[in-house]
Design a protein around this ligand. Structure first.
Ligand code: FES
Ligand code: FES
Length: 216
């Protein structure tokens, strides 16, 4: 079964720039190339013409509601971009396995959870990226974040941002999500400390709190 947090295939994703297009063809783009280069490549995404970009490219990403320009190589993952190329660095998204097996790097792309270690930064162009730093509003934690604190949902805390991102997407869709639905939503997240029972308690409590507030 496919993991919903892994990048979708190019066709279903409807993204502006296909991964396949990036890795084939010939041509050179010098370091410091502009957003326009990526836009040019994006314009060809739906065609079968090979597009190849080498060196560094400047991308404009929308992260947590703010536009940010980053200069990265085409192969740079969204995870690497968030942690090492943003200003300020967004280190709440954790880097653990970097191969799509632990979920610590989970962020939202257009509201859907994805592994940022398995997503290229260029694939995030034109999409809304939300990281753990973007959930709280003016310093006020979400119901889920508060519930994680209240229910002791983390020990070392390294997996916590990923769990929160996965489960928050589930509860945003359906605050009345069942335990089974919540478990499924974070089935791609691993906790080496074994806090699963507290995580699920927190998620159910957050759902109740969201419903009591009339939705979110
Ligand atoms: S760091 Fe991305 S899934 Fe583990
Ligand atoms: S709280 Fe330590 S890995 Fe989950």
């Amino acid at each position: 079964m496919s993991d919903p947090k892994r990048p979708h295939d190019d066709a279903s994703r409807g993204t502006s720039l296909s991964r396949r297009a990036f890795f084939r063809g010939a041509g050179v783009v010098a370091a410091g190339s502009l957003v326009g280069e990526a836009a040019h490549a994006a314009a060809h995404a739906s065609s079968l013409e090979p597009v190849r970009i080498e060196g560094s490219v400047e991308l404009e990403l929308e992260i947590n509601g703010a536009r940010q320009k980053v200069t990265v190589e085409p192969r740079t993952t969204l995870l690497n971009t968030l942690r090492n190329h943003c200003s300020p660095p967004l280190t709440g998204t954790k880097s653990v396995c970097e191969r799509g097996s632990c979920g610590a790097c989970t962020v939202h792309l257009d509201g859907k959870p994805v592994y940022s270690c398995m997503t290229l930064a260029v694939d995030a162009v034109g999409r809304k990226v939300t990281t753990i730093e973007g959930l709280a509003t003016q310093g006020e934690l979400t119901e889920l974040q508060s519930a994680f604190c209240a229910h002791d949902g983390s020990m070392c805390g390294f997996c916590t941002p990923g769990f929160v991102m996965s489960i928050s997407a589930c509860l945003e869709r359906n605050p009345a999500a069942s335990l089974e639905e919540i478990q499924r939503s974070c089935s791609g997240n691993l906790c080496r400390c074994g806090t699963y029972p507290q995580v699920f308690e927190a998620a159910l409590a957050a759902g109740r709190a969201m419903r009591a507030k009339g939705g979110k």
